[in-house]
Design a protein around this ligand. Structure first.
Ligand SMILES: Cc1ncc(COP(=O)(O)O)c(C=O)c1O
Length: 355
């Protein structure tokens, strides 16, 4: 790990944390006191620093803005009942960031910089980690290309940055989702399996159209056949049909969610039958009509579990059983919440204690 001695640390003169109730702030708007920055130039990473959170002075020719070499991660730190701050599966986020970097022709970040920067940052901003049952510190590591030049080619210079913000519950209520079959999030051979910033930009217009119809999110289908469901918003999708947990198999059009992997592991630990395979819209509707579609939900770092209360498809709305009547998703949601608070045995070694 990059030692704290190798990180130039400039602390804030006075912390802003006392200005907020960190258990009760809007998501993604209030940032912790410090940020970590590493710079890539002349073919290597160097210049690691932690400094007060600030805006970027930048050139309008910044290559990330024009050609989209921009990738990111989303992860969380939790505070246990004893006040210990831990990260949930950080190495998986580190590995996924580098998978994104490779696909976007960007340099990989060394583990010692990712983990060293993250650890030192958390030690400084520990007081920003909410301690409530639903609270966490959302962590956004990201990399952008920083050449100040017009011209389509991989940049020579990059910045890897980590910023953090306190977070509470993401979706307060179960969501209504619309199966989208005109626009696609991701195509075969594309970048859907990585966290490239452009994936999110392209999803906004179709999502807004769905929101105008009263839905919170869309369910994306595969662009080749338009038959199989893939993901929903920034979440992987899961269904319980006839006591079997179903989720679309991973491919180059689906992001390998860390929450997805965790939920599948817990389901297997609990002896539930799990299937990772293609799931067609037809199959979901047939199960609904037969009364065997018991649960539908999204999984992701921001929400953990977002229960789906209704699915819209071609002018029909298919309503699902009430969350109180669901056996699996509320239980796994609670289990993961307790695990992160240090109240469950961590048999998979998912939690990394930091400070
Ligand atoms: C497109 C997409 N799918 C799925 C997920 C869920 O991934 P994870 O569970 O690692 O947060 C995310 C969020 O990172 C996402 O952006």
């Amino acid at each position: 790990m990059v030692a704290s001695a190798d990180i130039k640390i400039t602390r804030v003169a006075k912390s802003r944390v006392g200005e907020y109730d960190v258990n009760n702030v809007p998501f993604g708007k209030i940032f912790a006191d410090h940020m970590f920055i590493a710079e890539y130039e002349n073919g290597k990473w160097s210049k690691c620093s932690i400094q007060p959170y600030e805006d970027v002075p930048m050139s309008y020719a910044l290559s990330a803005l024009h050609y989209g070499q921009a990738i990111f991660e989303g992860m969380k730190a939790y505070k246990s009942d004893e006040g210990v701050v831990s990260l949930f599966r950080p190495i998986d986020n580190f590995n996924r960031l580098n998978k994104s970097a490779i696909r976007m022709a960007m340099p990989e970040v060394p583990e010692e910089i990712f983990m060293g920067g993250l650890t030192e940052l958390l030690k400084l901003d520990k007081n920003w980690v909410p301690d409530g049952d639903f609270g966490s510190l959302y962590i956004r590591p990201f990399m952008i290309s920083t050449d100040e030049a017009i011209g389509v080619r991989p940049s020579d210079n990059y910045k890897f940055v980590i910023i953090c913000c306190p977070a509470g519950k993401y979706y307060a209520e179960p969501v209504k989702v619309l199966i989208e079959h005109h626009y696609f999030r991701s195509v075969r051979g594309g970048v859907g399996y990585v966290k490239a910033a452009g994936n999110y930009g392209r999803s906004l217009y179709p999502t807004r159209l769905a929101q105008d119809k009263g839905f919170q999110q869309v369910i994306w289908t595969d662009s080749e056949t338009n038959k199989y469901v893939e993901e929903s918003g920034t979440m992987n999708l899961m269904f319980v049909i006839d006591n079997t947990l179903l989720t679309p198999a991973l491919s180059d059009t689906i992001l390998a969610g860390i929450t997805r992997d965790s939920v599948l592991a817990v389901a297997r630990d609990w002896g539930l039958k799990v299937e990772e395979r293609k799931i067609s819209t037809e199959e979901i509707i047939a199960a609904h009509n037969a009364g065997t579609l018991m649960e539908a939900f999204g999984t992701g770092t921001a929400a953990t579990i977002a229960h789906i209360k209704a699915i819209g498809f071609e002018d029909h709305l298919y309503e699902l059983p009430a969350v109180e009547d669901r056996k699996f998703a509320p239980k796994v949601d609670e289990f993961l919440r307790n695990l992160r608070k240090g109240r469950e045995q961590d048999k998979h070694n998912w939690m990394l204690k930091v400070c």
